[in-house]
Design a protein around this ligand. Structure first.
Ligand code: ATP
Length: 306
């Protein structure tokens, strides 16, 4: 019976999510490991976003009771500002983004958006308010226009083109023989990681959510692509409350606050320059990454001149 009940539960869960009109397939994939206990309260109200200020207040969380993952995390993202979370692998960075979406409920503390606890609002309204640019974007076997329009199905052709331009992928698309009608995905044109990420950014520009969650790709991009993506991300995050889960430190330089997470605790916090001159964990990470990037660039240039 146990074996049967889990898949049934799971199918029911997926069905509910589809029926609720969930618009991001990436989110759907993330949802796959959501425990079914996270349900709306009977009196849940839709989230009323005023300015989009996000607050974590002494948040404690563990996936397994024996192993605490977040050990009392507090920070605030004032409306329209950007906070970046950095730290070693396994520190709990992605967990923070999952908790903002309320994929899990926390053990103690509170997570609020404009003063409303995420546990008190409908999950549907919560997820509608947060736009996500994920590490890996899933593309449909459809035209590139369809893939971008997915962010807002009623967007006009002109709006789709505009979003693509802002995401720095417009020129690339227009150079394709079939332009916006080019088929992409498994059975169509294969896009690189950086191109896929820009499609995700274009989708998010169309969706225009008040709160933005950027989960950066771990994979190394060449400096040029990285700069293009960075400028696309700057466009989409302007004026929006943004939480960046950062792997590449170049994206955090401009953040209003950088939180350095280590073993589920905040080890350091501040702006880029402050943390660099503090000479601690962040400064170490920064120096190591810069050396690695420089070595990669040297290698790439050497290959190009061969
Ligand atoms: P990375 O930089 O490698 O992506 P991270 O800082 O984002 O790491 P998290 O993904 O938040 O780290 O994971 C924090 C810890 O929680 C890890 O030790 C991980 O093994 C554990 N963890 C993550 N997801 C689950 C899960 N679904 N069940 C149990 N443990 C989990």
């Amino acid at each position: 019976l146990m074996q049967l009940s889990i898949p049934l539960n799971f199918i029911g869960f997926v069905y509910r999510e589809i029926r609720q009109g969930l618009t991001d397939i990436e989110q759907m994939f993330d949802l796959l490991d959501v425990p079914a206990e996270v349900v709306d309260r009977p009196d849940a109200k839709p989230l009323a976003v005023a300015s989009g200020a996000v607050r974590f207040d002494d948040v404690r969380f563990s996936y397994d009771p024996e192993r605490p993952i977040l050990k009392g995390i507090s920070f605030e993202i004032p409306a329209g500002r950007t906070v970046a979370i950095v730290g070693p692998s396994g520190a709990g960075k992605s967990t923070i983004s999952r908790l903002l979406f309320r994929f899990y409920d926390i053990k103690s503390g509170a997570i609020t958006i404009d003063g409303q606890d995420v546990r008190d609002v409908t999950q549907r309204s919560l997820r509608a308010a947060i736009g996500m640019v994920p590490q890996d974007t899933v593309l449909f076997n459809a035209t590139i226009a369809y893939n971008i329009r997915y962010g807002r199905p009623d967007a006009t052709d002109e709006e789709v083109r505009k979003a693509a331009e802002m995401a720095q992928i417009g020129t690339f698309i227009e150079a394709l023989p079939d332009g916006y009608r080019t088929m992409v995905g498994e059975r169509g044109l294969k896009l690189s990681g950086g191109e896929k990420q820009r499609v995700a950014i274009a989708r998010t520009i169309l969706k225009a959510p008040p709160i933005l969650l950027l989960d950066e790709a771990t994979s190394a991009l060449d400096t040029h692509t990285e700069q293009e993506i960075q400028s696309a991300l700057d466009t989409v995050s302007r004026g929006r409350t943004t939480l960046v889960i950062a792997h590449r430190l170049s994206t955090v330089i401009g953040a209003d606050e950088i939180i350095v997470l280590k073993g589920g605790e905040i080890a350091e916090r501040g702006r880029h320059e402050q943390l660099l001159s503090a000479g601690g964990l962040y400064a170490d990470m920064w120096n190591r990454q810069r050396e690695a990037t420089e070595a990669e660039e040297r290698l790439r240039r050497a290959r190009e001149t061969d």
